[in-house]
Design a protein around this ligand. Structure first.
Ligand code: FE2
Ligand code: FE2
Length: 284
């Protein structure tokens, strides 16, 4: 991950998630707890909402100013869509029905914060045209690294052999998305103290954990408890450490604050098939 990001290499390597060898009949043979199913539905919604973020991004002039941005967004949206489809297929194989119009439903009920974000993006981009791309890149950085760790926790906690294979493949793509955002965020933050201040302000005003905007807050809280044990686990700290490596973001503590403010504690043992010996989230 220390290698500089290369957009041509990224585009050459971009692909839809390969699930051609998955034995879907195997899925219902491994029982899931209700809490695991609820968390998987959160992943379905989050992964399937990339289209709406891109929709909002397209309205922002700043997207045209970064040469790597348009190709990345095209490939990113394509890859994320297949992550969502993987969850849909998995849940359906388990016997959990997914309404065909599910995407319409969560877009209509998206949070007020999400709607403000969409407006806020175009406002920030007009007031601080130099800083807007950095704000977006930072958003992408924190959300992608959170997603990466979330997948690792999903594997460790659900312990489902088919899900393990799917998540491991998705994680490789999430890491490449993270590498893109991190590289661009770092470059822009390094170049300007004003950008560092605008980004810090924007994060403090508007950041929420990935997926919260498209799901009711209680679903986000449940997922953070299920996956991360709130602030009592190790994953949130890992996400924050990654953010603190970026210039001007040495203060980043928003995820811990979110967990504490929402009273997110360690998940009960009954949520997992086998809680003893749960591995800690490994640092990268
Ligand atoms: Fe994804
Ligand atoms: Fe991603």
């Amino acid at each position: 991950m220390a290698e500089p990001f290369n957009i041509d290499r990224f585009m050459d390597g971009s692909n839809k998630l390969d699930l051609s060898d998955i034995d879907w009949d195997e899925v219902p043979r491994h029982p899931l707890t209700p809490e695991a199913i609820r968390t998987l539905r959160y992943f379905l919604t989050t992964e399937s909402s990339t289209f709406f973020y891109v929709r909002a991004l397209m309205a922002v002039q700043g997207t045209l100013e970064e040469p790597d941005f348009a190709p990345f967004i095209c490939a990113w949206m394509y890859e994320e869509e297949f992550h969502g489809r993987a969850f849909r297929r998995f849940l359906e194989a388990y016997g959990e029905p997914i309404d065909q119009t599910y995407r319409q439903g969560f877009f209509k009920t998206r949070s007020v914060g999400e709607r403000i974000d969409e407006i806020g993006q175009s406002v920030i981009s007009r007031i601080f045209p130099e800083a807007w791309p950095a704000v977006h890149m930072i958003w992408g950085t924190v959300q992608e690294i959170t997603t990466y760790y979330a997948y690792q926790c999903l594997i460790d906690r659900i312990k489902h052999p088919v899900l393990d294979v799917i998540c491991t493949r998705i994680m490789k793509q999430e890491l490449r998305h993270y590498a893109f955002y991190r590289e661009h965020a770092k470059r822009r933050l390094t170049a300007s103290k004003l950008t560092q201040r605008v980004v810090s302000r924007a994060l403090k005003i508007g950041w929420t954990p990935v997926g919260e905007g498209m799901s009711p807050r209680e679903e986000s809280i449940h997922a953070i408890q299920f996956l991360f044990d709130g602030a009592e686990g190790t994953a949130i700290e890992k996400v924050e450490q990654k953010m603190r490596e970026l210039p001007g973001l040495e203060w980043f503590d928003l995820f811990t604050k979110y967990a504490v403010e929402n009273g997110i504690r360690r998940a009960p043992a009954s949520w997992f098939p086998e809680r003893v010996g749960l591995p800690a989230v490994a640092a990268m």
